[in-house]
Each structure stands twice: as structure tokens, then as C-alpha cells.
Design a protein around this ligand. Structure first.
Ligand SMILES: [Fe+2]
Length: 150
């Protein structure tokens, strides 16, 4: 069944939400291409999905570290465990196994859970940090402007 985006998956950080939506699209694509029986197509989507997810994780981890999020380390661990599992699935697929249904089920459940619980938890810290950075820039900007108009 296609994974449908619902408001409760929104974290409120636009870039993160865009990336999560893209992952959901990949998961749905995986199901579609599997239904058409195109094995090479499944392999292509699997690889794209894995690559995209890994770079999304790195993006999240950077945001969390910059914000000094207190659970940045355990969050990174969760990402690592997931990545290891996903790579195993891809290896099994390449060894000729039919893993698509299992991967699809695991991905859908894991992602929804992870976004709602783990990702929702870091949003506060990251948003606060973003606002701090914006304020700093404004403050510096004013400093420069005030010198200009002196
Ligand atoms: Fe995450």
C-alpha cells in the first residue's frame, strides 16, 4: 500500500520535511516498480533510496551537532543501525533474493516511527539554534549599518 504523507509527519523544518517526502516517494516508487516485475528497476530504486537516505542522515546529524542537541550521538547510532540493515537488504537483493516486500514493509514502518518519535525530538534544539544564528546575523548587520550611518 502506498505510503501517504500526513501532517503528523511534518517536523516543521522545511528542508527536513522535503527530504523526508523524497524518501517516502522512493518507498512508493519501490512498490510500483516491484509490481511491474522489473527487477533491474527495483535494484536501481533500492540503490537510489539507500544513497539518498544516507546523505539525508548526514544532513540531519550535522544540524544536530551544530545545535548541540543532547541526543545527537544516540540518534547517529540509530541511523547507523538502520543503514547497516538496509545495506544487508541490498546485498541480499543482489544475491538474487526477493527482498522488496520485506524492505518496503520495514522502511515504511521504520521511517514513520523514526520521524514521529526520534526526529520530532531534535526539532526544538535545531530550530532554536537556527533562530540564534539568524539573530546573530541581524545583530552583526545592524552593527555594520550603524557604522555606515554614523
Ligand atoms: Fe533521523
Amino acid at each position: 500500500m502506498a505510503l501517504v504523507w500526513t501532517a503528523e509527519l511534518d517536523t516543521g523544518i522545511e528542508l527536513i520535511d522535503q527530504q523526508h517526502r523524497k524518501i517516502v516517494d522512493y518507498i512508493n516508487q519501490l512498490e510500483e516498480v516491484d509490481r511491474s516485475g522489473d527487477r533491474a528497476g527495483v535494484g536501481k530504486v533500492l540503490h537510489e533510496l539507500l544513497d539518498y537516505t544516507i546523505s539525508h542522515f548526514a544532513f540531519e546529524e550535522n544540524l544536530q551537532e551544530e545545535a548541540g542537541y543532547r541526543f545527537a550521538k544516540p540518534h547517529r547510532k540509530v541511523h547507523e543501525l538502520f543503514t547497516r540493515r538496509a545495506k544487508e537488504y541490498v546485498a541480499n537483493f543482489e544475491a538474487g533474493q526477493d527482498v522488496t516486500e520485506e524492505v518496503h514493509g520495514m522502511l515504511s514502518a521504520w521511517l514513520v516511527n523514526h520521524i514521529k518519535r526520534d526526529d520530532a525530538d531534535y526539532v526544538g534544539a535545531v530550530k532554536e539554534n537556527m533562530q540564534h544564528i539568524i539573530k546573530e546575523k541581524e545583530r552583526k548587520g545592524r552593527g555594520w549599518l550603524s557604522r555606515f550611518f554614523r
